[in-house]
Design a protein around this ligand. Sequence first.
Ligand SMILES: [Zn+2]
Length: 274
Amino acid sequence: MNKLFTRLHLIALNSILVALVISLSSFTNQQDSAKNNGYHFKTVVIDAGHGGKDPGTHGLHTNEKTVALQIAKKLRAAIEDQMPGIRTVMTRSDDTFIPLDTRSQIANEHHGNLFISIHCNSSPEGTGYSDHKQKGTMMLVYGFHRVKEQLEAIRENSSIYIEKDYKTKYQSYDEDDPVNRILLNAYMQKYRQHSIFFGDILNEEFKTKGRVTIGVKEQGILVLAHSAMPAVMIETGFINNPTDEDYLTSDEGQDEIVQVIIKSLKRYKAKTNG
Ligand SMILES: [Zn+2]
């Protein structure tokens, strides 16, 4: 038992150290680039949720992986078009299954400065027409498990159960373990404030467009936890709510979501580079 724990702690420690080294080298790169041209917000990682054998949640006509990829691609095009100098990295650009830890690895290896994960929400009532269903957008940032606020975290983390070796691979990330908790805590403090800051900007901008917003919540979302940069998951709408599904699948809705993110990115960049 003790041996197993020691081994798991070593694995956890190792993964945290690797991420810290990557983040420190990214910081050095940022400093270099700041010295060169006064610019240190450079790379946005766009993460389209789910994919391949993991469809995510679904509505009456479509599923989450499809909507997430459509919005992610439009976001990439909009950043390239409207934010010259900003580099984009996609964790997937087609209908492929990418494990959660690989998504963070891609983000870390490319020295991302901000991680944006695109998803759709779903309320427990399931699909079908009803006037009382939840709707609107919600921003998630990484926080330790909080009782009663784990609905989205449980759903978004469930991708790991599709991976055959998830038990050995993710056991070392058990956040209830006091050692991991201390390690993760020190590590995450670096990025928590920036993540919440960006989440708040997004929330304001969605409100300005007249969208219902649930606000910014902290949850134990794995893909955010292991990205060594500020990271926000955008639950763009409730796909099981037919009104939201129509919005999420329409060009108008997708374009509006993308423009909200672009405006928020510009505000975030102005503040962080200032
Ligand atoms: Zn999702």
